[in-house]
Design a protein around this ligand. Sequence first.
Ligand code: MN
Length: 741
Amino acid sequence: MQVSASSAGFTPASVAPAISYQELMRKVQLARPKEDLDLLRRAYEFSARYHSMQVRASGEPYLSHPLAVAHTLADMKLDVVCISTGLLHDVVEDTEADASVIKSHFGPEVAHLVEGLTKLSKLDFQSAEARQAENFRKMMLAMVDDVRVILVKLADRLHNMRTLEHVSPEKQERIARETMDIYAPLAHRLGMSKIRGELEDLAFRYLEPAAYQEIAKALEKKRKVNEAFLAEVAGVLDATMSKHDIPARLEARVKRVFSIHQKLRRQRITIDQVYDLLAVRIITETLKDCYAALGVIHNLWRPVPGRIKDFIAMPRPNLYQSLHTSVIHDTGVPFEVQIRTAEMHKTAELGIAAHWRYKEDGPGATKPATKDALDEDQRIAWLRQIVEWQLDVQDPGEFLSTLKVDLYPEEVYTFTPAGKVIILPRDATPVDFAYEIHTGVGHACVGAKVNGRIVPLRYHLKNGDIVEILTQQGHGPSRDWLTIVKTSKARNKIRQWINTRARQKALELGKRLLEKEARRFDVNLKKIEEAVYQTATQDYGFHKIDDLMAAVGFGKYSARQVLTKLSPQPLKEPEEPGKIVATLKQALGISSDGAIVVAGSNDLMTYRAKCCNPIRGEPIVGYITRGKGIGVHAKTCPNVENLMYEAERRIDVEWARTTEDTYPVKLIVYTDERPGMLKEVTQAISDGTNIRTIEAMVDETDHSATIELILDIADMKHLDRVLGGLKRISGVRDIERVLKL
Ligand code: MN
């Protein structure tokens, strides 16, 4: 049996054993005899060469740092690839060696791990708010595809913390804070209690030196007493376990400084009242041994009620398994006993590292077929998931959604320029990012810079991207965005915006249609009482009049229908509008053209746009105006391209089948100046076509004439016929149709 009474705290660099390359080799050889020690040797020599000119803050050669990191990794019994990475972890970051050199010297696996570390070293935690620490931890896990990168990172941080006394107080504070917020919890998540404990105590020492010293002093004062006590307890336990044939290795410990500090603060007690200040650990063989030992202990000392914890039946999320019980010694001193199997102990101490199984025989080799070996792989995968799930989630609904996301770890971790982490689903775009920041930013988004470079809005964000959204006041989202966004938040906000706009337009249009219809039937809308409006609104199943007006605008109900409900007397079909009425309508811009119908709706007000005056048979397109109904343009109209920029205002229109209407069309005929020309022109036209105006001008200098005409034209066929007739006249040089009358 062996009893080791390790006291709390840390090992300062000054008393750390000198670490050497030879020792490292020996350690690895012992733990992993089959591995490629040549790789390790080359990694060491490479690191020694590239770091040769560098010195640490302590004055030691820089090489002492990667060597110490490698030792920690070797103590964790990690594979040679991982330990070599430890030796090389700062090479790309701090020397002129680049990634390709690492790859050519050490192969893709080591290069990949070193690259992961270089990537992590670029993360700036400083700018993070404290509440974002969890995001940073998650991001670190998301950014690496090989957990060994994290293990090396933790070993790296551990050595930096052990040697923190050599740097400036500002740097001490920053590094210690980072360690407390990011790295110690990360180690905890990964189940690495040993590293976590040391990181916490080291960080605590720099963050709250007074509190640290107070507890450390109290412990020091009682150190002799405590050690004697633990030795006595261990002796009794050892004898009793032997008597009951329970195999047991004993360890004893005094609670760590930071752990005590937390307990004192949380429970507002003094150090003497900490039940588990002193603890003995029994490491046995089987599950049965664990429970047998528990029974034996409870016979020896009185258990404290409510202090028995079965983490074997109910493992902690980081896979920690153990039985805990607090008992009272005959002298009245309470202490804790932890009981676990050797396997559980390994997991508790090393966490994920305990489960790290490297590919024994390289690629192509058959995997060990034992059930345990396979389970181990799955365990690592599962552990990683657990690590990612293990959020402090209060709301069960929120937990489910987190769970879902993490089950498919399809997230990207991005930053605002100020360093705030924004978590988005994989393939998310800058538009998603913009809406995640603020709806207003989303709506006003016109472009984005990623890592300082302009990218298209459909760019897929990557882990670690720093995203800056370019905005423009008054800009609105485009319907196209719906196809590029990945978050439901962005999608909903864009839809909402589009719907609001569409409704606004429909509302304007609906009001206009009703007014037009009211004028047609000579109903004075203003004289209709509010209550009548209300009743009509409710009859249609709406709450507000505006909703009804919008429904009219959307074409759900016709203006005539609604007017019938509103009108105090039955609607009477009006007589043909007189000339004055027609003129008035024209002046108001509401001379709705019955010749044009809007696809899917037969009661929307349309008018032929004055810029192009399209005629029957001409390809046309509708444009929803603000308050004037639907403007109908010739597809060839020069304004169309500009107007249709707002795609959602475009609407399909077509010519109604029958009508006897004609349209004024203005033509300019360029001819030679000769006698009888004007007569020939009018003759060619007047065959069934009404000429409204005709005006001719002669230019003596080049013997040309310009004849300007306005004709009543029924449709495109008619126009083509007229143009054909004109072109046949000898001396006609060119004919121009002037779109604007
Ligand atoms: Mn380092």
